[in-house]
Design a protein around this ligand. Structure first.
Ligand code: NDP
Ligand code: MG
Length: 383
């Protein structure tokens, strides 16, 4: 098990859970990074006593510096300093749980510094999967999945020595708050409706992505890079109960599934203790109480997210970065109540139709594609 970690995005839903898990396991937390939540990160600093803390927002960083002047902690600010926390000495593993593609550079910095990465920040792999996995292979750094579906697949694959024995990866999806609704019903849904996820309590951006099914599409892209498989070999299955977190089908038609209560504590802990398993603070699964597990095909006609992501993967190059940026901006506009729910995926589709992808996996080209797509959305759809 690792002894010392940094947690990027420590004030978020995953980050806060990761700190709880780390505390229970006796793992030291030497670095933290957040966007601007000064009061929450101050509490975390007083509890975990990290050496370095990066606050992305400059004003917030200044306030935090004053608030923790009595402590022996270095308060840093901005992207370069976020990267410094990701690469700091003495840390064996970086848990990246920031929200959005802003997590890409810190992931690369951690890899370049030889740190294993426990990766919750799926946008990192959506926009830069090829680059990240290439760097991880070159530096022999482990990328340990924290996203529950990918952790499930990773767990199902333990003991699988021959890639040729894999037939399909089967990602499960809860279907989100709007499962079963048709387009007409979706016209009227509000931000409040979209933020009510049936099974998981998560940050607002991923909760909206779950409602549009962009989240599941992103997870298809994430799985392609993490497990080096073709998108056509990844199926998605709706499973409303969120008990089976994903499955692997092998060439003999045997299917292995990973189950547990819907609590991110399990995938977070598995990434921290891999390859070992140790007791956890997460509740036990009581299948008799769950009673029934159900599965059905997703409605890709109504919820376009998965097909958009598959098309972006097929287009290749910087197209996944384009759709990710358009989606980040569109979700922001929806949360600001400037566009309707259905417009989110319409905007992402338009960005894919209008913006030309470049056949490259360089960081500069990814960042340029990201900037172009954000500008396209703001210019054309911001009220
Ligand atoms: P939250 O919105 O709850 O938290 C986001 C965290 O990132 C906060 O700590 C925030 O800081 C920080 N942050 C945002 N922007 C920056 C920045 N520029 N620099 C430094 N820190 C930043 O998100 P979640 O925890 O729900 O999700 C985090 C990631 O994990 C996402 O990529 C998501 O897709 C993925 N994930 C989440 C799951 C979940 O159950 N929540 C499940 C699987 C994957 P501040 O508080 O200051 O704004
Ligand atoms: Mg997931």
């Amino acid at each position: 098990m690792v002894k010392t970690i940094s947690v990027l995005g420590s004030t978020g839903s995953i980050g806060a859970k990761a700190l709880k898990i780390a505390k229970n396991l006796g793992i030291d937390v030497a670095g933290l990074a957040v966007f601007s939540n000064v009061s929450r990160v101050e509490e975390q600093i007083r509890e975990f006593r990290p050496k370095k803390v990066a606050v992305f927002d400059e004003k917030a960083a200044k306030r935090l510096k004053e608030n923790v002047a009595d402590l022996d902690v270095e308060v840093l600010c901005g992207m370069d300093d976020l990267c410094e926390v990701a690469a700091m000495d003495g840390v064996e593993m970086v848990l990246n749980s920031v929200s959005g593609m802003v997590g890409l550079r810190p992931t690369l910095c951690a890899i370049n510094a030889g740190k294993d990465v426990a990766l919750a920040n799926k946008e990192t792999l959506v926009v830069g999967g090829s680059l990240v996995m290439e760097r991880a292979r070159a530096t022999e750094v482990k990328i340990l999945p924290v996203d529950s579906e990918h952790s499930a697949i990773f767990q199902c694959l333990q003991g699988c020595h021959n890639k040729k024995s894999l037939k399909k990866l089967i990602l499960t999806a809860s279907g989100g708050p709007f499962f079963g609704k048709n387009i007409d019903e979706l016209r009227a849904v509000t931000k409040r409706d979209a933020l009510k996820h049936p099974n998981w309590s998560m940050g607002s951006k991923i909760t909206i992505d779950s409602a549009t099914m962009m989240n599941k599409g992103f997870e298809v892209i994430e799985a392609v890079w993490l497990f080096d498989v073709l998108a056509d070999d990844i199926d998605v299955l709706i499973h409303r109960e969120s008990i089976v977190h994903s499955m692997v089908e092998f060439c003999d038609n045997s299917v292995i599934a990973q189950m547990g209560v819907p609590d991110m504590g399990i995938p977070i802990q598995y990434a921290l203790t891999y390859p070992e398993r140790v007791p956890s603070i997460v509740e036990r699964l009581d299948l008799a109480q769950v009673g029934k597990l159900s599965f059905c095909k997703p409605d890709n006609e109504t919820f376009k997210g998965i097909d958009i992501c598959r098309a972006a993967l097929k287009a290749g190059g910087t197209m996944p970065a384009i759709i990710n940026a358009a989606n980040e901006e569109a979700v922001g506009l929806f949360l600001n109540e400037e566009i309707s729910f259905l417009e989110i995926t319409e905007i992402v589709q338009k960005a894919m139709d209008r913006i030309k992808a470049v056949n490259s996996n360089s960081l500069d080209d990814i960042l340029a594609a990201d900037a172009e797509a954000r500008e396209f959305v703001i210019k054309n759809f911001k009220k």
